[in-house]
Design a protein around this ligand. Structure first.
Ligand code: GTQ
Ligand code: FE2
Length: 324
């Protein structure tokens, strides 16, 4: 039986706190001072955990998926890197998702658009692999970063001789939390190519990244090695940085309210996150949730793509960083 909503007079005459709480319950009102768990706390909590995914395993799993499912059935042949925290089967960190994706020679992945911002880091591809963004056909070469911002049409194809592998990053967990999700398949299925472009605001080519890193002053004392930004920022919710690490030189241990996902564009090394060590190599993904002290040490001349929600937190005055 539903408890009746109390009359104002009965509320006003409450003789004890217990009675007041009992009367408030059917109104869906809680006494702020009597809350069992606080709603404010002194610093970010450790909800998501540091985690690492290996490209050799993802590559093998996608090879199998390539035999078992095609892009007719699976609009995207992708593997979701979900943070291994109880109850989660999707987000990599609170706001960001990372996924491996593969497309076979001769295949096309249908075009669609959605409000989540997305980008990809190409890991392995031969000439002929491409993305089509709003009608523009853009090549996918290893080390390239390609953007598909909020509501831009995008699909992928592979006219090359080998399967193409890349890592997707999306702000879908953020959009899930905020609710403004919209998704639409392209009316044509496969979007027609209006033009082909090697140079596009949607593409950060690997050779340009290497040239910019070469031209940048090394920072051996900071947390990021030699760092350049892709875009300013690349998208409204996602900032992208390329970090070049000098072999054997550890970066400064730091923590930030930003959620960071590192993807290994080149080389190998080890990240220490909240006291845990993760040894990575090319194509691997490492998730560093907010406020986890972390640093990196490369074995060789390594380059990391750093994908973060700094672009979102900064303008909202929510970005704080600390070095140790
Ligand atoms: O390639 O459009 O991994 O829409 C997840 C959602 C990739 C994509 C993902 C997507 C895509
Ligand atoms: Fe998409």
């Amino acid at each position: 039986m539903k408890t009746a909503s109390p009359a104002p007079d009965d509320l006003a005459r409450s003789g004890s706190l217990e009675e007041l709480y009992r009367l408030l319950t059917p109104m869906h009102v809680g006494a702020g001072w009597n809350k069992p768990t606080p709603s404010l706390w002194d610093e970010p909590r450790k909800t998501f955990v540091p985690a690492h995914w290996r490209y050799d395993q993802a590559h093998a799993a996608l090879d199998a998926a390539g035999r078992l499912i095609n892009t007719e059935l699976a609009e995207r042949r992708n593997l979701i890197l979900y943070n291994p925290v109880p109850g989660n089967d999707y987000a990599t960190t609170r706001t960001l998702l990372a996924a491996y994706q593969m497309i076979l020679p001769g295949e096309q992945a249908r075009s669609h658009r959605h409000t989540p911002n997305a980008l990809r880091l190409i890991v392995d591809a031969e000439p002929g692999a491409y993305t089509i963004v709003d009608g523009e056909k853009i090549p996918m070469d290893p080390g390239d970063v390609l953007l598909t911002p909020n509501w831009s049409w995008h699909g992928h194809g592979n006219e090359g001789k080998a399967p193409a592998f890349w890592i997707d990053f999306l702000d879908t967990p953020l959009i899930h939390a905020l609710e403004p999700m919209f998704f639409e398949p392209h009316p044509a299925g496969y979007e027609p190519v209006a033009r082909t472009a090697d140079i596009s605001p949607m593409r950060f080519a690997w050779k340009d990244t290497l040239r910019r890193l070469d031209e940048s002053a090394p920072d051996t004392a900071g947390p990021y090695g030699t760092q350049i930004e892709l875009g300013e920022p690349a998208m409204r919710t996602i900032a992208l940085h390329m970090m070049r690490l000098a072999p054997g030189v550890p970066t400064a241990l730091h923590r930030t309210t930003a959620n960071n996902i590192y993807a290994v564009a080149r080389g190998s090394g080890t990240s220490t996150i909240d006291g845990e060590s993760f040894a990575w190599s090319r194509g691997d993904v490492v998730a560093v949730p907010a406020w986890r002290p972390h640093g990196h040490r490369a074995d060789d001349d390594a380059v990391l793509l750093r994908v973060s929600d700094e672009a979102l937190l900064g303008p909202l005055a929510l970005l704080r960083q600390e070095r140790f």
